[in-house]
Design a protein. Structure first.
Length: 280
């Protein structure tokens, strides 16, 4: 029992420890997003290892859904590839199990739509996530406070539930969400993923600073519109997410008849030199 509790604490601390390490090094954490089982189980597993072995702080794994309202064309294309293979959630859990056989230290975060958890059964879904080694959950269409009980269940299972904030969140609501959360995902702009950044980085960082002023020790992820061209402008933040760039790279490699995992390994987005750590 003591050993089980100890292992649960370690699992829950993976995200926190990874962010703290980056902060101590004056670096922003890099989260790399791909869709689970894109373009297939075996290749997806190789891609996950390639990204983890080449500098990503954590892996954000998308659970495909047939109504991806927040996704741009690159991620939607990735989702379509996976769904055409009749991929089920249990296949995705198997993917995580295989990854964890040789990598027990890289934090893994599921990003999904609530219906996926609902159909699986909330309690069953959370239990399975805990069993296979998922450290965090982001549910795109399940806002606070409706997600309050679900978030409590996650915490009881040593899973970090990551709340969403957007540019339109007023300050009163922002305070309530932040003070009731362990981690925040800040949606940088009102757009789908993969779109060109429509606001200046300074404006995004002002919101980031506001969040930190409310609760200084909360970790904040900045997502939407982050690319190799603008990532360095966010080097003073806690963390940034890159997803559409990677999904597009997978799509290009398939189109060109190349091995996606090898092509991902060549990109700056899965290499330490791409992260803010090496920017003067």
């Amino acid at each position: 029992m003591i050993l089980k509790t100890f292992l649960q604490i370690i699992k829950m601390s993976l995200i926190k420890n990874a962010f703290e390490t980056k902060s101590e090094q004056n670096e922003a954490a890099l989260l790399s997003y791909t869709v689970a089982c894109d373009p297939n189980f075996e290749t997806s597993l190789k891609i996950m290892h390639e990204i983890a072995n080449n500098g990503a702080t954590a892996l954000e794994i998308g659970i495909p859904h047939n109504c991806c309202i927040g996704e741009g064309d690159k991620i939607q294309n990735a989702v379509d590839r996976v769904l055409r293979n009749d991929t089920k959630i249990d296949d995705i859990f198997k993917l995580i199990i295989e990854f964890r056989k040789s990598n027990k230290v890289t934090p893994l975060i599921f990003m999904l739509y609530y219906n996926s958890a609902l159909q699986y059964g909330e309690d069953n879904f959370i239990r399975k996530c805990s069993e296979v080694g998922i450290n965090g959950l982001i549910i795109v269409d399940f806002p606070y406070p409706q997600n309050f009980d679900f978030a409590k269940k996650c915490k009881a299972s040593n899973i970090t539930f990551i709340q969403l904030l957007s540019p339109t969140t007023n300050e009163d609501r922002m305070k309530k969400v932040i003070n009731d959360s362990d981690m925040i995902y800040y949606i940088s702009m009102l757009s789908t993923t993969g779109g060109k950044l429509k606001v200046v980085p300074e404006e995004i960082l002002e919101k980031y600073k506001l969040i930190k002023s409310i609760k200084n020790d909360i970790n904040v992820i900045i997502g939407f519109g982050i690319t190799p061209e603008n990532i360095n402008q966010f080097k003073q933040s806690d963390s940034v997410v890159v997803g559409s760039f990677l999904c597009n790279k997978i799509e290009e490699s398939i189109r060109d008849g190349k091995e996606p995992s090898i092509e991902i390994g060549k990109t700056r987005c899965s290499n330490p030199s791409w992260t803010p750590m090496n920017i003067p």
